[in-house]
Design a protein around this ligand. Structure first.
Ligand code: NCD
Length: 327
């Protein structure tokens, strides 16, 4: 049975769903990022909308909380001129016992063209993509601790913008990598982009077991791990996904791993500081760093719109071309 990495590509290698960054080629990622760069420049124009998805319906299905991801998917779909429906799952019939499959079939009956799915269960977007009628695209907006591919793409876009091609950069990811779908997807993305030096910095309890297989070097001491890096990616402690006892205390974490101005000086002098949000000031990041000149955290948010526009445009266009071939 094909997994997410196979299911998301059609026979010609074109993107028909986006479920994971695992298995994406450098060429495909580059083409998405180039398209996103184009959309980002167009956002400076007085009229921000383009008619690419006019007449298409995008349904946002958020089974888990979200601020940035949900809003930027919404804005991205509107900027492509699609009709957008956002289903608030807390007030939907899922709370009356309707299964995910039945909710899906009903939304299909309303002639949706693309589902954006966030779910606390890893694999939920894949489950949906495997069962939807063939012309509908599915985009993963974060599933459990598994994947968050649009976040990884906007991170790569931001890295490219500030530091150039990741193929000669050192990138350090600091914090709770074990529960982070953002870290997992970014690592696959960086590998696809041939990044030669990916580092993970965290206590052993917050590191996943497979980092060595992914070519990631691990560091328990932040002072060692940060030395000479170009890019620092900070992560929130995902307490909602943690079993008790993995973490000493937030104060202790900040003392050992928090990003302070002093620690930032260990990286290259022009290093950038990234964070997918939401940030927890005084836990993984000090105020002076969060608000300082090296932080590009809000630029990541702006890039999120352009990247999500590129992903929706590309997946829907593949689905449309495939539907024509089936006629
Ligand atoms: C992240 C997520 O939901 O995975 N946030 C985001 O999408 N921007 C990271 C987090 O919740 O810590």
């Amino acid at each position: 049975m094909p997994g997410p990495a196979e299911l998301q590509l059609n026979r010609d290698g074109n993107l028909r769903h986006l479920l994971t960054t695992e298995g994406l080629s450098r060429e495909l990622i580059t083409s998405l990022l180039d398209t996103a760069d184009g959309f980002r420049s167009a956002q400076g124009q007085p009229v921000k909308k383009v008619p690419l998805l006019r007449g298409k319906t995008v349904v946002n299905l958020f089974f888990e909380n979200s601020t940035r991801t949900r809003t930027t998917f919404d804005i991205a779909a509107h900027r492509l001129s699609a009709d957008v429906v956002t289903l608030d799952i807390r007030t939907s019939s899922a709370s009356k016992g309707e299964t995910l499959f039945d909710t899906l079939k009903n939304l299909e009956a309303m002639q949706a063209d693309l589902f954006v799915v966030r779910h606390s269960a890893g694999g939920a977007p894949f489950f949906i993509a495997d069962r939807v009628t063939p012309h509908i695209a599915v985009v993963n907006a974060g599933d459990g601790t598994h994947a968050h591919p649009t976040q990884a793409l906007l991170d790569l876009m931001t890295i490219r913008q500030h530091k150039g091609d990741p193929n000669n950069l050192s990138v350090a990811i600091v914090g709770d990598l074990r529960h982070s779908r953002v870290a997992r997807s970014l690592i696959h993305g960086l590998r696809a982009m041939q990044c030669p030096d990916i580092r993970a910095i965290a206590p052993g309890t917050l590191l996943p077991n497979d980092l060595a297989d992914l070519g990631v070097r691990t560091f328990h001491r932040i002072e060692e791990g940060l030395s000479g890096v170009d890019v620092i990616v900070l992560l929130r402690l995902q307490k909602e996904r943690m079993i008790a006892g993995l973490l000493p205390s937030e104060r202790e974490f900040f003392k050992l791993y928090g990003m302070t101005e002093d620690r930032l000086r260990l990286a290259k002098s022009d290093a950038i500081v990234m964070h997918p949000g939401p940030i927890n000031r005084g836990v993984e990041i000090a105020n002076e760093v969060a608000d300082g000149p090296q932080a590009v955290i809000l630029n990541q948010v702006t890039n999120g719109i352009a990247v999500r526009m590129a992903v929706m445009a590309m997946t829907i266009s593949t689905q449309q071309a495939d539907a024509l071939c089936r006629l």
